[in-house]
Design a protein. Sequence first.
Lengths: 137, 289
Amino acid sequence: MAGTQYRGSDIKDVDQFIKDAAGLESEREKEIGQHIGYRYDVNLVPDHDRLTPFLRNYMEFMGWDDLNWLEDVHMGYEEGKPAVFDRNVNGWVRIPDSIDLPDNQQDRDMIARELLLKFQMSDRHPLVTLRKAYTKF
Amino acid sequence: MSGISDAELRDMTQEERVNALGMTTEQLTGKSLYIEFDPDAQERFTYPWAPDVDFNKRTEFDAGDLTNTEVNARIRDLMAEGYGTIVLQNPRGKHSLAVGILSRLNLIIEGSTGYFGVGLIDGPNVRINGRVGWSCAENMMSGTVVVEKNAGSTFGAAIRGGDLVCRGSVGSRTGIDMKGGTIIVGGDTGALSGFMMQRGRMVVCGNAGKNLGDSMYDGTIYVGGEIRSLGVDAVTAYLTKLDKDWLTRKLTQYGLMPGRGVDHFTKIVAGKQLWNYDNLEPNEKKLIL
């Protein structure tokens, strides 16, 4: 059956996976009890008019003219909560409830990029412990 | 973890360090992280262990008589001394040059490199004034790499982030298994480019060979010239204003903007016909048997 047509559902609303944590919309998703595909548009390219001052400073510091690797960072949704996938720990990191979410994905993505960058560069990132355990002194 | 000093860790064997930091006591399967961002996290732009380099502090060295291991160690030593701009002379086509650089750096390679050059990098801006062999910037995480001439096959294999640019033409299987980032080819690309692409963006200003985007799961390919043929499950899509703005900005940034603009580019995405999930299989087998 797979390989004949797309059987997942489309993303229609920026809050879709907050309102519906399971994300089971199409018949096939309901049948298998699993959401098919990403819970955000991985192909959404960033709108540079929405860059935050922090991200502009980071680009300048690194000597880049654009967001570089952060172009692939988006706000996603895990178990009904907004979260960002951190490739360095291969897992989701959640957005605190104290942060108000904008009403569009572009601005949410900018928040996601800022939070992920600060987290990855901080001493509380799991890579710091991993490095201490396995580094060659 | 906080009770153990670096000095104490230094005196331990690796096994003792791993145990002392609790690395072997955690359940590794079926684990959900449940980590939350700290909204008050300090603003910093480098990893805690990254060397403090200054782009204005420049040096150069001759790699002609060094092995690739010695060249890579030399680059790390110079970064530890604070050099932020390094010119590498006479690379002589050596393999695996400038790999594993995990910090910001301006690196200029005056000549051509062999296979697996600048692989596994996370942050540097590299300019290669020559050609590159197979798998240039394999598994690149972030930064920019600009190759002034042509590149071999599997250019940007499994790239995860950053900009990888070849001003000339590249071989086959460009961006195979790419999981993010941007690959830009000023000339043509060979067969099976974008094979098993999972996400990220590929821009080909010239022509693309056979089976472009074969078995791609997601991501976007933009082609300015002719496409010999599309691969399985690769389909054309509508070029949006956001796509055009992004293409214009990116190509202008690297001096590859065509005189006639970007309206003629063809956009290729996954048709999502091949998306499969393990727990579909039992039902399918029942239907077949």
